[in-house]
Ligand binder design. Structure first.
Ligand code: HEC
Length: 151
């Protein structure tokens, strides 16, 4: 027995029991911690990918409802500029797209869409539209005349 309290067998037994339980718990934690470390980043990546995918889906719906009438189906251009264009998407980052959609282009058909500017959309909805447009970029057509829309 690792510890002996002279003349108290009961105390010896319970002390050793507590030490064994403690040691087992410690080993379990040592085993589980690396497992946690290896699983956790994957969970976070998955959560981020899922969030991204749901932004793209809701952004696509909003674009269909609110933007496609001018900017064309899939943003390929209409009476208003094509947004689904390699050149446009390369020239504007997400923050710029969100800003222009939020405040609009005064003196043109492009109205302000953000609720802060008396438009109908929340900032989350506008972010989802920008995320949707960005998701088109890898397959976006070459269209240097994107500003002309479809004429
Ligand atoms: C009534 C027609 C109309 C609707 C609906 C509309 N737009 Fe526009 N949009 C325009 C026009 C016209 C322009 C070009 C303004 C200009 O002359 O600079 C424009 C410009 C833009 C630009 C800037 C392109 C550039 O010149 O850099 C973005 C981005 C944009 N719109 C996004 C959207 C989004 C997203 C929606 C839906 C929430 C939307 N628009 C709805 C007409 C529209």
């Amino acid at each position: 027995m690792p510890y002996e309290f002279s003349g108290d067998d009961g105390l010896n037994k319970s002390t050793n029991k507590v030490m064994v339980v403690g040691a087992v718990l410690m080993f379990l934690m040592i085993l589980i911690f690396p497992l946690y470390l290896s699983v956790e980043p994957t969970n976070r990546d998955t959560a981020r990918a899922n969030q991204q995918a749901s932004l793209v889906t809701s952004g696509a719906q909003l674009f269909d409802q609110s933007c496609a009438s001018c900017h064309g189906t899939d943003g390929l251009g209409g009476s208003a500029p094509a947004l689904n264009s390699k050149q446009f998407l390369a020239s504007a980052d997400d923050a710029q797209i969100e800003l222009i959609v939020s405040v609009g282009v005064p003196g043109t058909q492009m109205s302000a869409w953000a609720q802060d500017f008396a438009g109908p959309l929340t900032s989350e909805q506008i972010k989802s539209i920008a995320t949707y447009l960005r998701s088109l970029e890898p397959n976006s057509p070459d269209n240097p005349n994107w500003r002309q829309g479809k004429g």
